[in-house]
Design a protein around this ligand. Structure first.
Ligand code: PEP
Length: 254
């Protein structure tokens, strides 16, 4: 049985007020969902405590990033243990914005994944090709290589804490979404890569991300290998976000 997850990545957006209003509303709407979806809010670090205070029940909280160390003289960094201590259950790692704007390498992503899993968090490992790579026919190869590299340090007992989010870079924040068919094809290919990497491929949840909205979520979530979504812009409005959560078909657990 794979977990169905819809996670909202606020990126560097939001405020204390948004944390209060939106999270309270999403929490009560999430309680009414009967489609088995786990709803996650991933705010900027500074608002994690505010969101945790409002969350609970069917609504979990995650962080957008952690450092690769457990503790020490790393000014400005936050550890996976601290995120767990603060009540978080999930963490993003390898988001394309971290890879592109902050130079995060595959090796760093693998080190962070190892640290997150050891701390008991679920790692949402983000992978995805650029437009140039897709147009050059290299999308599957790029994604396979990112998946394999990110998972090199996963111990057998931690596979249950691994989630992969396929987010084509050209679809993030652009309003362009992969077609449900193209997204499904990549998700199926990721499952093959996971099996090659020795992972229990059929039980790992795969999310799609990239301009998911209330009007395209249902088609994406209906695909057999798409187990949920990672949502950016549309997670900042409670009615849009909750509509996306509702778009998950009931009883769709694989
Ligand atoms: C994201 O930030 O991971 C994302 C998918 O953003 P958006 O939904 O805005 O494209």
């Amino acid at each position: 049985m794979r977990r169905k997850i819809v996670a909202g990545n606020w990126k560097m957006n939001g405020s204390k007020d948004l944390a209060k209003e939106l999270v309270g509303c999403v929490r009560s709407e999430a309680e009414a969902l009967d489609n088995g979806v786990e709803v996650v809010i991933i705010p900027p670090l500074i608002y994690v405590a505010d969101v945790v205070e409002q969350a609970g029940g069917k609504l979990a909280v995650g962080v957008q990033n952690v450092g690769q160390w457990s503790s020490g003289a790393y000014t400005g960094e936050v550890s996976a243990d601290m995120a767990k201590d603060q009540g978080c259950e999930y963490a993003l790692v390898g988001h394309s914005e971290r890879r592109q704007l902050f130079g995060e390498s595959d090796e760093l992503v693998a080190a962070k994944v190892e640290r997150l899993l050891a701390s008991g968090l679920t790692a949402i490992v983000c992978v995805g090709e650029t437009l140039e790579e897709r147009e050059a026919g290299r999308a599957e190869a790029v994604v396979a290589s990112q998946v394999k590299a990110a998972l090199t340090k996963v111990a057998a007992e931690h596979w249950g804490q691994v989630v992969i989010a396929y987010e084509p870079v050209w679809a993030i924040g652009t309003g362009k979404t992969a077609t449900a068919e193209d997204a499904q094809a990549m998700h199926a290919a990721i499952r093959v890569t996971l099996a090659e990497a020795g992972a229990p491929a059929e039980s790992i949840s795969l999310l799609y991300g990239g301009s998911v909205k209330a009007d395209n979520a249902a088609a994406l979530f209906a695909e057999p290998d798409i187990d949920g979504g990672l949502i950016g812009g549309a997670s900042l409005k409670s009615e849009d976000f909750i509509s996306i959560c509702r778009a998950m078909p009931a009883g769709a657990e694989s």
